[in-house]
Unconditional design. Structure first.
Length: 705
């Protein structure tokens, strides 16, 4: 017998991860099986078929024997808007509210980029799908992806041999290709991951998880594009849609390859594996995103979790017995309701006449033979005997009462308050209803907090990727934040310095000052702000960014309109009183302006009015601090009046104009004197030149011997 061929390192690595995937899938197999049953129950499917094919398509659900009470669907639909009612809005701020201009603009940049990223694709749909999995199956998850849109270089390989030669460079992280591609723009998206397409290392809590994985289903062209021609054609198509047993042509083949994407935290690497290809991993990459928690997914939305295993228990498990009893009672009520019919017997000799009575039209007289005989028998009552239904009605009433009690038991188990369900007792006071709603929503609040935590973690991961990966050009176009680059700021500073030197030189020489350089006024306003280089240096430094910037979200719960209006009205009243006090005290004591500004900003945070009021508050209270103090009440102002100040300003402007005109006249006089002196020097020079020429021609002066 020939010895087995030894495995290569690539085969050992692939075998190791295939074994790990089998262990992880076996660990959560029971939970996946229960989840399938719960989904079928939620869909009101009949039977216990776990293949995923609804066997109830040809079953009459309105048949008395198949009737069900949709308590699971009702509870889930009631909880959906209570747990997640609106799209979260990112709130990025400086962690300690210190005067930090670079941190301030980095926060604004990230907040705008996150808001655009949420609006650029259907982020709310991903969150809703995760919420539905969380409420129904007790676990929901998303997967964050970074997508750079690139323009490939002209020199990229086009033929198959060149592509196979560069097969090792194929990755979903386009930045690895470096200069071979030009990044046009970038985005960060998150995908909802189905409950049975995501898994993790068996553990007792999230902190112990060493790796996470998800399944991706790729067609043959997608395999070739992702892993290259050689691997793309070698990977078997080992997955097919449920219920499709007929293999089609290669172009319309519904079969796909099941590829596992594994993120291993201890090694800091990402692996792509197919169970049908044991000859090696399909791809291996170092950490492509550089997230602080490594995994491209947050801690999942988890319901009830036991202490011995990080596998959730769906809420339906705790009241499924009561739900089965509810279904049984509903079916019994249906059968009893069908029995509530006018059924009886009658004398055969009056069959024709009675048939005409029940089938005839209204207001019609039916002739009866032997009418006197019918009267002797007591009329119609004497020839008809109805089946008694009072016992059926009594049984139905008992079934309804029992079902109501079971419903109350289910609401006690789930903690669904009648206030949450939209029911109330008219005799109860508003205070009683409010207290009942507060206590009835305690368990719902935990789910609301969990959903808000999940949304915050997703936005935090997206913010990390934006800060680490996005280029300045992408951020400029995406956020419209106005900043200068370090080079632009240095050029403007150089122009201003040269102008100041020219002004000083002209003052020393008595010459008029040179014209000011033509600089964009908007650029001059931006000189007080930090540069793009300063902001990007902070964003690229993960440690400093974590220390100085905090990413949160507002509430994911739909606010109550009346409460929001009342809160805003209270805020307006309180802020008006504060402004009145501040406008009286600050002019006399300018050092109290920062104190009132902090009061105002803290009130805005308490009432949750706005997160963009910081600049406005600082500017308003800064202007208040510069105002002159107001005179005491009943005392005339000691300083100049407004009219006197205006007159002084006009006189000062007139004096400056006269002084400027005098300086211009003096400059013109000096220029004229200089011109006269230059002309006199020129005349004297000409005279000397003529004398020298005459002496050269006649050395003996005229009139001498």
């Amino acid at each position: 017998m020939a010895e087995d061929k030894p495995q290569t390192d690539e085969q050992k690595l692939a075998g190791y991860w295939i074994d790990q995937l089998n262990i992880s899938e076996k660990w959560q197999r029971n939970w996946v099986s229960r989840s399938k049953r719960i989904i079928r129950r939620y869909k009101n499917a009949v039977g216990d078929d776990l293949t995923g094919v609804d066997s109830s398509d040809n079953v009459l659900l309105n048949d008395a024997g198949n009737r069900r009470f949709a308590i699971l669907w009702s509870n889930i639909e009631t909880l959906k808007p209570a747990v997640y009612g609106r799209t979260p809005t990112p709130v990025v701020s400086r962690r300690y509210r210190d005067p930090d201009p670079v941190g301030k603009y980095a926060s604004e940049l990230l907040e705008r980029a996150l808001k655009f990223g949420i609006d650029a694709y259907d982020f709310d749909d991903r969150m809703q799908l995760s919420r539905d999995d969380y409420l129904l199956l007790a676990r929901g998850q998303v997967w964050v992806r970074y997508i750079p849109h690139v323009n490939k270089a002209v020199g990229a390989p086009q033929d198959e041999e060149a592509a196979e030669a560069e097969e090792g460079q194929i990755t979903n992280n386009r930045e690895a290709d470096g200069a071979a591609e030009e990044v046009l723009y970038q985005e960060v998206v998150c995908d909802h991951v189905a409950y049975n397409d995501w898994g993790m290392q068996p553990c007792r809590n999230w902190a112990e998880t060493g790796y996470v994985w998800r399944r991706a289903y790729l067609t043959r062209p997608e395999l070739i594009e992702r892993f290259g021609p050689r691997l793309g054609r070698a990977i078997p198509l080992d997955w097919k849609p449920q219920g499709d047993e007929n293999r089609r042509s290669e172009t319309n083949d519904p079969h796909k390859a099941c590829v596992y994407e594994i993120w291993d935290k201890p090694t800091g690497k990402v692996f792509w594996v197919s169970k049908g290809y044991p000859d090696g991993v399909l791809d291996e990459r170092p950490d492509p995103l550089g997230l602080k928690n490594f995994f491209p997914c947050p801690r999942p939305l988890m319901g009830t979790t036991p202490q011995d295993a990080y596998l959730p228990i769906a809420d339906f498990i705790y009241y499924q017995d009561q739900a089965d009893e509810l279904d049984e009672l509903t079916q019994r009520i249906g059968r009893l309701t069908d029995a509530l019919r006018m059924v009886g017997v009658y004398a055969e000799e009056y069959g024709m006449e009675l048939s005409n009575v029940f089938s005839g039209n209204q207001n019609t007289l039916i002739p009866v033979k032997a009418f006197s005989t019918l009267q002797d028998k007591g009329g119609l009552k004497g020839v008809i005997e109805w089946l008694p239904i009072d016992m059926v009605m009594t049984t139905l009433q008992g079934c309804f009462e029992t079902r109501k009690q079971i419903l109350n038991d289910i609401y006690q188990i789930t903690g669904l308050s009648d206030i949450i369900r939209g029911e109330s007792d008219p005799s109860e006071t508003a205070t009683a209803q409010r207290l009942k709603g507060q206590w009835g929503s305690l368990r719902v609040r935990d789910r609301q907090k969990e959903m808000a935590r999940f949304a915050r973690d997703v936005l935090d991961m997206k913010g990390e990727i934006i800060a680490a990966k996005f280029t300045v050009d992408t951020l400029k176009a995406m956020t419209d934040v106005k900043l200068l680059t370090a080079q632009e700021k240095a050029f403007i500073q150089q122009q201003q310095a040269l102008y100041q030197q020219a002004v000083a030189s002209s003052q020393q020489s008595g010459m008029p000052p040179p014209p000011q350089p033509q600089i964009d006024p908007q650029a001059l306003e931006l000189m007080s702000r930090p540069t793009w280089d300063d902001v990007m240096a902070l964003m690229r430094d993960k440690a400093r960014l974590l220390f100085r910037i905090d990413i949160e979200t507002n509430s994911t719960i739909e606010p109550d309109e009346s409460e929001a209006k009342a809160s805003f009205s209270e805020w307006v009243s309180a802020s008006s009183q504060l402004m009145q006090v501040a406008s009286t005290i600050i002019p006399g004591a300018p050092q109290t302006a920062p104190l009132f500004a902090e009061f105002f900003k803290e009130g805005a945070r308490v009432f949750n009015v706005s997160t963009t009021m910081e600049d406005v508050v600082e500017r308003v209270f800064g202007e208040l601090a510069q105002m002159p103090p107001a005179p005491p009440e009943g005392q005339a102002p000691t300083g100049p009046t407004q009219e006197e100040l205006q007159l002084q300003a006009q006189e000062q402007q007139s004096a400056q104009a006269l002084e400027s005109q005098g300086q211009q006249i003096e400059v013109m006089r000096l220029q004229q004197e200089a011109q006269y002196d230059a002309a006199d020097l020129q005349l004297r020079a000409n005279e000397q030149r003529l004398k020298a020429e005459a002496l050269r021609r006649d050395p003996t002066p005229q009139g001498t011997a």
